[in-house]
Ligand binder design. Sequence first.
Ligand code: C5P
Length: 243
Amino acid sequence: MNQAKERLIFALDVPDINEAVRLVKILNGHVGYFKIGLELFVAEGPSIIRAVTENSSAGIFLDLKLHDIPATVSGALRSASKYPVRFVTVHCDHPNLLQNKESFRKGIDILGITILTSTSPDHLPLLGFSQNISLPQLATERAEIAQRAGCSGAVCSAQEVEKIRQACGPNFLLIVPGIRPQWQGMSADDQSRVATPEQAIKDGADYIVVGRPIRNAADPKEAAQKIVKEIEHGLVSRNQEKP
Ligand code: C5P
């Protein structure tokens, strides 16, 4: 993976196939992956995957965020591996989550969700965690569970990338949502642990996920191009910092 563009995943968080295809046509050639999330997949089913592949050359990230007992999650992953998708997400809270991994298609990468980027430190007591555990610590523990279970990588916020990279090594893929470029004003929304594209890449993200900053831009293609430039800068800073 050498091109900065390959590292940009656009979240197709839209309600239907028409709006999805409109954005895919605009952004084809300017992003590396289209992420199909729950809103679109629940509305359209597998036909949305065909619609995206028919209208673009980018890869597909199927963000199902599966959360169930290991047998059920593994069955759903076997079903998902029939589709031409590269990434699928699971909530990884069981060390033996992925059962009969050999039955999944080769080339599919299962990613463990660590802690959603909408979660802030104040939410931890509400979720039953001790005040003494930090979000980076918790996210790192979840990433380690995902790695032990056989996931290829994890989804985490930019604030946890360095710690998880140290714990899980250079080959564990780190995918970072909660991206807010400075030029879009970093306005308050449901994301809590945010970073700019350049910072996330500089800190060691392999891929960044961007939704609203591109979708809500006056010119989504131009917004994607600006983000790719920022990824390039992040890669340069990262390489300069390498010992
Ligand atoms: O619009 P925005 O850039 O906030 O979109 C972020 C995308 O990343 C959404 O599709 C959301 O579901 C996804 N995501 C996230 N936090 C995670 C995992 C996925 O925001 N931990």
